[in-house]
Design a protein around this ligand. Structure first.
Ligand SMILES: Cc1ncc(COP(=O)(O)O)c(C=O)c1O
Length: 391
């Protein structure tokens, strides 16, 4: 009998999500009675607002548990369309409700890529993006970015790295792991450049509500030919309900719909009914309050990390992460992350999760945790730095 395991070659290039490994090690330590502070996870610590939870419960009681239309229930698609200002509001036919933004990203790549097509991305960036591209036989082409470029691609770097194989550019703003933002003016330049080069622009706006000082518009203002990705996970605090959305350029609408029918059938039904309340005044007031709390945490964390010897050359303008340069403390950030977990009892995400460029010099700290826990975590790291003979 042949016991060979048959596997697709693409698996050779798909890397595990290291932060999940740190998280399971943290849970293992917790099960042994250790008290771990989790700054590794990219998930809001706030509960979903009650008004959304109640709407979900009501939907379950009303047996709203069957499949819906592949692109989601019309009232939710309407509410999402209304989220965009009238000047560039899309019609509901361009809105697709999805199983988190993760499935929206997969739909886009399934729709756009032929084998060997390249997609430009910033390094550092959200790790799953490269794997989504590979799953649809594309080639992620990462471009090193640093603080001098605010960790983002711009019109110039896109033009510089464009080849005859490039089909698309994927940007995140605010970005994970750096929290950096692309100003509107630059977004318009990028959109014009990608259009001129004959490619497609995809903008991940999953952290869009979580912007602290800057005023930015959705990239939709820069053209109706841009794929806009968003989610109920982060600003709306609904990670586990697995609900997101995208705005599709008209030319791709029918293709996205047929892919959604086949790949996912429909998004989670009770979650869609719950999400109708995400745009209610009550929920919005709660989200805005949370945004002020997150900003205070960011300010605390950036300053505390600086005192500990980390460098934060760009103040993150959004999301809930600080991508700190740890090179003054260690030249191996993955070892440093493990030591912080085992010896200081603080979970953090090592740079290697987010790319290759100077990844050993960076650690991502998430401030989706209470101020008390952030303060305690910084004290633990300070104590560890004083007493550890090995760091
Ligand atoms: C930049 C970015 N995009 C997409 C996702 C996927 O989120 P979801 O599928 O929960 O919408 C995440 C999750 O952390 C993220 O950070």
């Amino acid at each position: 009998m042949n016991h060979d395991v048959i596997k697709a070659r693409r698996l050779d290039h798909i890397r595990p999500f290291h932060v999940m490994e740190i998280l399971s090690e943290a849970y293992r330590l917790q099960a042994q009675g250790q008290n771990i502070i989790h700054l590794e996870v990219g998930e809001p610590d706030f509960p979903t607002p009650e008004v959304i939870t109640q709407a979900g419960i009501e939907a379950l009681k009303a047996h709203q548990t069957r499949y819906t239309q592949a692109l989601g229930i019309p009232p939710l698609r309407e509410r999402i369309a209304e989220y965009y200002p009238p000047a560039y509001r899309p019609g509901i036919e361009r809105i697709a409700v999805t199983t988190g933004s993760s499935s929206a990203l997969q739909l886009v790549f399934a729709c756009l890529l032929n084998p060997g097509d390249e997609v430009l991305l910033a390094d550092p960036g959200y790790p799953c993006n490269q794997n989504f591209i590979r799953c649809y036989n594309g080639i992620p082409k990462t471009i090193p970015t640093d603080a001098s470029a605010h960790y983002q691609l711009n019109a110039q770097s896109i033009r510089q790295h464009w080849t005859e194989k490039t089909r698309a550019v994927l940007l995140g703003t605010p970005a994970n792991p750096t929290g950096s933002i692309i100003p509107d003016e630059e977004m318009r330049r990028i959109a014009a450049t990608v259009r001129q080069l004959g490619g497609v622009l995809i903008v991940d706006e999953i952290y869009h509500g979580l912007v602290y000082e800057a005023k930015i518009q959705s990239a939709l203002h820069a053209g109706d030919d841009i794929f806009i990705i968003n989610s109920f996970s982060k600003y709306y605090g609904m990670t586990g309900r697995r609900l997101g959305w995208m705005v599709t350029p008209e030319a791709y609408q029918a293709d996205i719909e047929k892919l959604a029918q086949n790949l996912f059938i429909s998004p989670n039904t009770p979650a869609q009914y719950a999400a109708l309340q995400a745009f209610s005044q009550e929920a919005q007031a709660e989200f805005e309050y949370r945004r002020t709390i997150l900003r205070q945490r960011r300010d605390f964390l950036v300053s505390a990390l600086g005192d500990l010897g980390f460098a934060v050359p760009c103040i993150p303008g959004g999301a809930f992460y600080v991508y700190a340069d740890s090179s003054r403390l260690s030249d191996q950030s993955d070892e440093l992350a493990l030591k912080l977990l085992h010896e200081a009892m603080v979970g953090v995400a090592p740079g290697k999760d987010f790319g290759h460029y100077r990844h050993q010099a960076h650690i991502r700290f998430s401030y989706a945790n209470s101020m008390a826990n952030l303060q305690e975590a910084m004290e633990r790291i300070a104590t560890w730095l004083r007493v550890s003979p090995t760091n």
